[in-house]
Design a protein around this ligand. Structure first.
Ligand SMILES: NC(=O)c1ccc(N[C@@H]2CC[C@@H](O)C2)nc1
Length: 252
């Protein structure tokens, strides 16, 4: 059953960046999933279609009003139920959230429905969280002007895991983070670019040696750049040997 992704956003046109290009665009076009955008402004009842107001207690900027968000979230839930999806995970993108990582992406990729709330201004009225079981998710420790780009980052990474989204060739791209390591270096034609050569093993046709070389490079890079990832990852005897080889070569 294809997953249904619903996003509450004041700027639905931004989402052509996801729906109009590449892997995510093809997945949507091919019906591997669908995307529905809900503009809170459509759920206002005043003549000025007001979606924001000043914060109680003072302070800079504006906040998104609870009512238009509450009505839009409820509309999305109702649409999902009509499509046969009873329980959808509801996510609010914010720097206060759980960090998005491979594990969370895999979890979200199994959901038949997702409702994402992309905020603007300084944020949203807290009472929205009392009306809806929103989980907060962050794509990193920095502040953005809106939740739309984080929503698209989340959806792009999730869509890549849907069956059929990636051809077999591309799915290798997932392998590195899937096995808890950084990616190895990549090379394509020409064999000699401005005097810079391709590692001979990659031209050897010896697939066992190529696999080992790539694994060694991935282990070495992870050790150099993200040793924290190696904390949580047991190494096989072969992997330990390859990493030792890499480190000895570094020290030589
Ligand atoms: N790091 C992140 O994932 C992130 C998410 C949202 C965001 N900004 C929005 C604008 C107002 C409020 O809704 C939150 N910034 C950073």
């Amino acid at each position: 059953m294809k997953p249904h992704y619903h996003v509450i956003t004041l700027f639905p046109e931004m989402f052509t960046a996801l729906s109009g290009f590449g892997v995510s665009g093809r997945a949507l076009r091919n019906g591997l999933c669908d995307l529905k955008l809900w503009d809170p402004r459509e759920f206002t009842q005043d003549a000025y279609r007001t979606v924001d107001d000043r914060p109680f207690g003072g302070g800079p900027g504006m906040l998104m009003l609870a009512e238009p968000l509450d009505l839009a979230l409820t509309a999305a839930k109702t649409a999902l139920r009509a499509a046969g999806v009873d329980q959808s995970r509801m996510v609010y993108l914010s720097p206060q959230g759980r960090r998005l990582d491979h594990a969370l992406v895999l979890e979200l990729a199994t959901e038949p429905g997702l409702i994402l709330l992309a905020g603007r201004y300084e944020g949203i009225d807290e009472r929205v969280f009392q009306r809806h079981p929103l989980e907060e998710v962050s794509i990193g420790d920095y502040v953005l002007s809106g939740g739309e780009l984080p929503a698209m980052v989340l959806l792009d990474s999730v869509i890549r895991h849907l069956p059929g989204a990636l051809g077999d060739a591309d799915s290798a791209k997932e392998d590195s983070f899937a096995d808890g390591l950084l990616d190895c270096p990549h090379y394509t034609r020409p064999e000699d670019y401005q005097g810079l050569k391709v590692p001979p093993v990659l031209l050897s046709g010896n697939h066992a040696a190529i696999r080992r070389w790539r694994l060694k490079q991935a282990l070495g890079r992870t050790w150099q750049r993200r040793p924290d990832l190696l904390q949580d990852r047991r190494l096989s005897p072969e992997e330990q040997d390859l990493l030792d080889e890499f480190r000895r070569a570094q020290e030589a």
